[in-house]
Design a protein around this ligand. Structure first.
Ligand SMILES: [Zn+2]
Ligand SMILES: [Zn+2]
Length: 124
């Protein structure tokens, strides 16, 4: 009696050869290019390349334009220029008046009113 050994071949498990191929995706070369996501308003308008330097970018450095960044505070351009005007006015005030003027702004929330007060206008 022949000794029949039932050979049940094991189900081949190598159908999915999961031999991990060396992933070449790990190419972690750090880009040396400085990507500037934020261009200043002037460069945006003129579509010139902006290096995003603060407070004044290289493109604006040689221009009389003020270099402003729209994304700085989420303020509109109009508000920003108003804000700048406020600071300009504030800076132009004589030292002995600054405190008094600023105090008078305590309850002002409207930038236009603030500017008017700083200029000494509209103070009744
Ligand atoms: Zn710029
Ligand atoms: Zn600029």
């Amino acid at each position: 009696m022949p000794n029949y050994v039932p050979i049940t071949p094991k189900p081949a498990q190598d159908s999915h050869d999961a031999a991990s191929a060396p992933s070449e995706a790990v190419e972690n070369n750090k880009r040396r290019r400085i990507s500037v996501s934020v261009a200043c308003n002037a460069c945006r308008r003129k579509k010139t390349r902006c290096d995003g330097k603060r407070p004044v970018c290289s493109a604006c450095e040689h221009t009389p334009n003020s270099c402003t960044y729209r994304d700085d505070s989420g303020l509109s351009e109009e508000s920003q220029s108003l804000l700048q005007e406020i600071f300009r006015t504030l800076n132009a005030l004589p030292d002995d008046q600054i405190l008094e003027r600023v105090r008078s702004l305590k309850r002002e929330v409207d930038p236009l009113a603030i500017l008017a007060r700083l200029r000494g206008e509209g103070v009744t």
